[in-house]
Design a protein around this ligand. Structure first.
Ligand SMILES: [Zn+2]
Length: 186
């Protein structure tokens, strides 16, 4: 989403239409002197007198000029705040966790209804499936993992047994508390 154009590359980012301008106007791109120019560098003027500040390696005529005019005609966006990301999951462009969850659930149920019945396991709760997935990917928020991601907790020692550093394997299998649970289970 382009606002002031400071963080968007004029030729190489997708900001006008659904292709970068270097793909849509390859002939113009070839004779551009500053191929990494930002939108803010290229667009001059304000809402009334906005234009493009071209910088070609040679004078342009004929077909190239027509390309440039077409390009200019398509540049009709408002530059108000700062450039950023727009979430396409919702029409207002704002990210929402609950809408994301609905979208994921929709996709999952669509997948499940098309998959073979043998692949479905409705006995396992979704949150347990997610937990197991996080264990396998080392994505549980144990202290060692948080530390790796730059969160300073003062210590990576297990807060339950205070006997070893808290890794995923420790908290699920080696920790004395985990051991008690396993023992009861067996
Ligand atoms: Zn422990």
């Amino acid at each position: 989403m382009v606002n002031n154009g400071e963080d968007t590359l004029f030729w190489k980012d997708i900001w006008l239409g659904n292709q970068p301008l270097c793909t849509r106007f390859p002939r113009l791109f070839r004779i551009e002197t500053d191929k990494d120019a930002r939108v803010a560098d290229k667009i001059v003027g304000d809402g009334v007198t906005r234009g493009v500040s071209w910088s070609w390696i040679r004078n342009i005529t004929g077909r190239l000029q027509a390309d440039a005019v077409q390009n200019e005609e398509e540049i009709d966006v408002f530059f108000v705040n700062v450039d950023g990301w727009k979430w396409s999951g919702q029409s207002n462009g704002l990210f929402s966790t609950s809408v994301l969850i609905d979208l994921i659930n929709e996709k999952v149920s669509a997948l499940q209804s098309s998959a073979a019945p043998a692949l479905r396991n409705n006995l396992v709760l979704k949150k347990i499936e997610v937990f197991v997935w996080r264990v396998r990917k080392n994505r549980l928020p144990v202290r060692v993992e948080l530390d790796k991601r730059g969160i300073d907790l003062g210590s990576t020692w297990c807060p339950v047994c205070d006997n070893d550093i808290e890794t995923v394997v420790h908290s699920l299998f080696h920790c004395s508390f985990a051991n008690q649970i396993w023992a009861r289970l067996f």
